[in-house]
Design a protein around this ligand. Structure first.
Ligand SMILES: C[S@@+](CC[C@H](N)C(=O)[O-])C[C@H]1O[C@@H](n2cnc3c(N)ncnc32)[C@H](O)[C@@H]1O
Length: 371
């Protein structure tokens, strides 16, 4: 069985590593998409364990489709009754460098073909029960090769389910986990987030260090498939519980200038079951400057500027730069879209891949320790 997984641009290499660590064979990788081969149980396992990806799709069919008749016929080959029983169906489409360019037409032809197949060739209107989970079908066409994909995840996996409250610019959970993995953080070392907001980076750090499967707090679309075997998810949940690291202590420090954010972050950490592993402090970044030397990893997401005036923002980024000068052994990374943040110091590397956080184009600046 083949699968396609989507992720945020820039996280593909981490996604590939996650797939290989889980024991599956990677079939190929494109920007924001990686394909792999696995058995049926991979659906439960990978949805539960995923840290950096968004949605896992089963590849139902794949063939060249350079006209709409070929697309219609390809969709007809699928036994839709295995996946749909009165559920509303939504068809999405992505097409790149192909003869079929109109996404609305691709969507409507595909839906027509699914309905015809479900109604055994009779082209009547399909009754949809809106109390049931919506089934998402994604038609992905690249260079005339067409994949008919079925979403097994439901809402994107970055929606873990623990964030009941957020500040104004929360970072996406999958991106936070990806940045922690890119930062070079060794889980045995203390980790700082100086601008914790609603606590996403610190919570993801605790889930990582404790090896807690991030999908534990939510439900998945595949649970509504007519022939879904509950046992598969149950077994994967039990296996994931056994993998949680319980006998090691980790130091994760999350601070923010705003006491309301600290309260919110604590609540979210409680929802994720990791409150006891994080030390929350109400603190202005400038107060760290004269602390005794900070030598550990930091991953932070400072304000970008949409909600601060230019003067305060420049002052804040000046403080950040000063902190790193005073504490040369502090390392890790900063994600920001603030273009004037341009640490000249050779220890900083500017990640070439651009990340999008809530639609905002950002760069991840990585600071490595000189040997
Ligand atoms: C972009 S938000 C961080 C969002 C966070 N990553 C999340 O997932 O919710 C920036 C945070 O920096 C905090 N902040 C602003 N100025 C600060 C300062 N001088 N020292 C510490 N925190 C500050 C704000 O209160 C805000 O929560």
């Amino acid at each position: 069985m083949n699968f396609s997984i989507t992720c945020a641009a820039g996280l593909e290499s981490i996604l590939k590593k996650e797939i290989e660590i889980a024991g599956y064979k990677v079939l190929g990788s494109w920007p924001t998409r990686v394909r792999f081969q696995g058995e049926l149980s991979a659906i439960a396992k990978m949805n539960l364990r995923s840290r950096v990806w968004n949605k896992i799709f089963i590849e139902l069919e794949q063939h060249t489709a350079s006209d709409f008749n070929q697309l219609f016929d390809l969709v007809q080959k699928i036994d839709w009754k295995l996946y749909v029983q009165g559920n509303p169906i939504i068809v999405n489409a992505i097409t790149k460098q192909s003869l079929l360019t109109s996404t609305p037409t691709i969507q409507s032809i595909t839906k027509k073909s699914i309905v015809k197949k479900l109604l055994d060739g009779k082209e009547w209107q399909l009754p949809e029960d809106h109390s049931k989970q919506t089934i998402e079908v994604l038609v992905y066409i690249e260079r005339d090769m067409c994949w008919i994909l079925l979403n097994t995840t439901g809402e994107s996996l970055h929606k873990r389910g623990y964030k009941k409250a957020t500040g104004e610019a929360p970072i996406n959970e999958s991106l936070a986990a990806g940045l922690l993995l890119l930062s070079g953080w060794k889980f045995s070392e203390p980790l700082y987030d100086f601008f914790c907001g609603s606590g996403t980076i610190a919570i993801e750090a605790a889930l990582l260090a404790k090896n807690i499967a991030p999908g534990m707090f939510r439900r998945f679309a595949f649970e509504n498939f007519p022939r879904y075997d509950e046992e598969l998810l149950y077994l994967e949940i039990e296996a994931a519980k056994n993998k949680v690291i319980i006998n090691k202590w980790h130091t994760i420090i999350a601070s923010d200038i705003d006491p309301r954010m600290i309260a919110m972050a604590k609540e979210n950490a409680k929802n994720a079951g990791v409150e006891e592993y994080i030390t929350f402090i109400e603190k202005d970044i400038s107060e760290y400057i004269n602390d005794s030397e900070l030598v550990w990893t930091m991953v932070s997401n400072p304000p970008y500027g949409l909600r601060m005036n230019a003067y305060d923002l420049e002052k804040l980024y000046h403080t950040i730069t000063e902190l790193f000068i005073k504490h040369p052994k502090l390392h890790g990374g900063i994600i920001t879209s603030y273009e004037k943040f341009n640490p000249e110091n050779g220890e900083w590397t500017r990640k070439k891949s651009v990340f999008f956080n809530g639609g905002e184009r950002c760069l991840f600046y990585k600071k490595t320790l000189l040997k």
